[in-house]
Design a protein around this ligand. Structure first.
Ligand code: PXP
Length: 253
């Protein structure tokens, strides 16, 4: 069995930016969220700069540089993104497949089909960042990631989380077996092993039982839960603001 290594939490703040962009202003600010995330004990911030800038925008990536915490920049292996990463020099870059029509990253990278173009991107990015490839827990893709020169693989947990959510026990057990074997193989090949997509409290606990996994990257579920953790306080603060206003009625402004 692999020696147990500490496990880190990287928090994806894309959905704070989604909410901000719904009104096109400045609130809620993903950088303010990132400060809270780090103060609460998380180990790093993940941002996905998409080609269509649907959530994180270029100025977010510039502004996050002032935060004293590692940035994991998720991006497609395009010339534009490789150029931005060369300027920003994030701690880590996670290469993901990207389709304009998808709601979120749907599958892992096809590292084999990526061929020399992908290898070239990994080589350029490795000059300033730790490069991670987001792959399905598939032996051929993990081996190809090693050959492509990546330092890290992030195993796609989405299929497993879907099966757990739909209580499809057989599929969940099969996917978990793949994740477990994939983590072992990647670790044996000398790759650092991360995992992410679709994780919630339960699946994060279960995946943390795999001793080779060094980092989880989680976003959507935690931002959803944060609404419920914070809503009561915000309602009380708003009622207090309204009451203060009413108390001023009839007084000089
Ligand atoms: N890891 C990668 C590579 C991703 O693309 C995403 C989604 O942006 C995540 C982790 C986080 O997934 P979720 O928001 O479902 O927790």
């Amino acid at each position: 069995m692999a020696e147990t290594i500490p496990i880190r939490l990287g928090v994806n703040v894309d959905h704070v930016a989604t909410l901000r962009n719904a009104r096109g202003g400045f609130h809620p600010d993903p950088i303010r969220a990132a400060r809270i995330v780090i103060a609460a004990g998380a180990h790093g911030i993940t941002m996905h700069l998409r080609e269509d800038r649907r959530h994180i925008i270029d100025s977010d990536v510039e502004r996050i540089k002032d935060l004293a915490a590692p940035l994991n920049l998720e991006m497609a292996a395009t010339d534009e993104m490789v150029g931005i990463a060369a300027r920003v020099k994030p701690h880590a870059v996670c290469l993901v497949p990207e389709k304009r029509t998808e709601r979120t990253t749907e599958g892992g990278l096809d590292v084999i089909a990526g061929g020399t173009a992908l290898q070239d991107a990994v080589r350029k990015l490795s000059a300033h960042s730790r490069v991670s490839l987001f792959v399905a827990p598939d032996a051929a893709q993990i081996e190809a990631s090693r050959k492509a020169g990546a330092a890290v693989v992030e195993l796609h947990t989405g299929t497993w989380c879907e099966a757990v959510m739909h209580r499809n026990e057989q599929a969940a057990a099969e996917e978990f077996r793949k994740l477990s074997e994939g983590a072992r193989l990647a670790h044996a090949l000398g790759l650092e092993v991360h995992a992410g997509h679709g994780l919630d409290f339960r699946t994060a606990e279960l995946i943390s039982t795999l001793p080779e996994i060094a980092e989880l990257n989680i976003g959507h579920y935690m931002m959803g839960e944060a609404v419920f953790s914070g809503l009561e306080l915000v309602i009380k603060d708003m009622l207090a603001a309204m009451a203060r206003g009413r108390a001023r009625v009839g007084r000089a402004a």
